[in-house]
Ligand binder design. Structure first.
Ligand SMILES: C[S@@+](CC[C@H](N)C(=O)[O-])C[C@H]1O[C@@H](n2cnc3c(N)ncnc32)[C@H](O)[C@@H]1O
Length: 337
């Protein structure tokens, strides 16, 4: 294992503080096995050789101005911090954050600056919050957490520790930008896939996987891997794209789905529940099913690329541009027995 002193020269600066905080907390506990892998995972996950835009994103992060922050808000739609700053400071803040465009998940608000993201991720949180076993004091894993918007909501709901993982470096740096001002010690977004984690790590009380299952070629492998991260009696919260239909209905799009190239399987909610059961979970509930609206996913000044409207058939919004049923999503919960 690399010594802490040597890590200063090895680790991306954004992650050195994660390493220090996690080392202090995990060293003597069940997560120590993962701890030993983190330096390598961090350097691979934020490698400038692999991600050519990283230096530009790092510059954006480094140019965040000091803000006179006051109250932190984690339990409101707009996660962030209150405070009043000069117009020059606010302009510098806006420029720095725009250097991390596109902002997909949110919204956030920093000293009155509203980061109006592509997704109203707070709507998803509102749909699932009542179905989540109380998070007070729990250790939570959010797989495919994007920039960590929902991780903040989990912390706001009382979780003792929230660990988000996501392999997209830009999203990790967006999390860092928010954390730069919120400074919460028990929340981390780490640059890696679920598959890179130690397979058997049954230490999380709640595991979220939202918007990831359809990106995996083998859904059963994903569900088993989620189960292996849950402590006994722990809760799984799964959100995924679905289609209408009976318990056998399954769409396997050949080619793209809503312009996405890596969508493998869209089951019905009933089939999703059956998969979860086959993976060995119990008390499975379909909590919510609904179509994604043009109000929930849309182009904004903080995400200026194409969004849902351009992914749908212009003359029939019940279909994608490729002719498949338009995006519909389900939330399910289950328990590890
Ligand atoms: C559709 S987004 C969902 C983000 C967030 N969970 C939400 O529900 O709003 C899917 C995310 O999963 C991440 N992802 C893709 N494959 C993954 C994997 N194998 N392990 C972990 N995350 C993955 C992507 O980088 C992306 O940020």
């Amino acid at each position: 294992m690399t010594s802490p002193a040597a890590l200063e020269h090895v680790l991306p600066p954004e992650l050195l503080r994660d390493w220090e905080a996690l080392s202090a907390r995990w060293q003597a506990g069940p997560l120590s096995e993962w701890l030993t892998l983190l330096p390598e995972q961090f350097t691979a996950g934020l490698s400038p050789a692999r991600y050519g835009d990283l230096p530009r994103w790092r510059d954006a992060l480094a140019s965040l101005p000091p803000l006179p922050t006051a109250d932190i808000q984690l339990n409101t739609a707009r996660v962030g911090v209150s405070g009043t700053a000069s117009s020059e400071t606010m302009e510098a803040l806006r420029d720095a954050l725009m250097g991390l465009h596109p902002w997909r998940k949110g919204p956030f608000e920093l000293c009155g600056l509203h980061i109006d993201t592509e997704w109203r991720s707070d709507w998803k949180w509102d749909r699932l919050a009542d179905a989540v076993a109380p998070l007070e004091g729990r250790r939570v894993l959010d797989v495919g957490c994007g920039n960590g918007y929902h991780c903040w909501r989990m912390l706001g709901s009382g979780a003792a520790e929230v660990v988000g993982i996501d392999p997209t470096p830009l999203f990790v740096l967006q999390f860092k930008a928010v954390q730069h001002y919120l400074q919460q010690p028990c929340i981390h977004v780490l640059p890696m896939t679920l598959e890179a984690m130690p397979e058997h790590l049954p230490v999380f009380d709640t595991v979220f996987s939202m918007g990831v299952l359809y990106h995996r070629r083998d859904p059963m492998e994903h569900l088993m891997s989620l189960k292996h991260k849950l402590a006994p009696e722990g809760q799984l919260v799964l959100e995924t794209l679905v289609i209408e239909g009976d318990d056998d209905a399954l769409l396997e799009p050949k080619g793209r789905y809503a312009r996405m190239g890596n969508v493998w399987q869209l089951p019905s909610p009933g089939l999703t529940a059956r998969w979860i059961k086959q993976a060995g979970f119990s008390e499975i509930e379909i909590v919510d099913v609904g179509d994604t609206s043009l109000e929930e996913q849309r182009r904004t000044p903080w995400m200026t690329f194409h969004s849902l409207e351009e992914f749908l058939n212009p003359s029939d919004h019940t279909l994608t541009i490729e002719g498949f049923p338009a995006p519909r999503r389900a939330i399910l919960t289950a328990y590890r027995t």
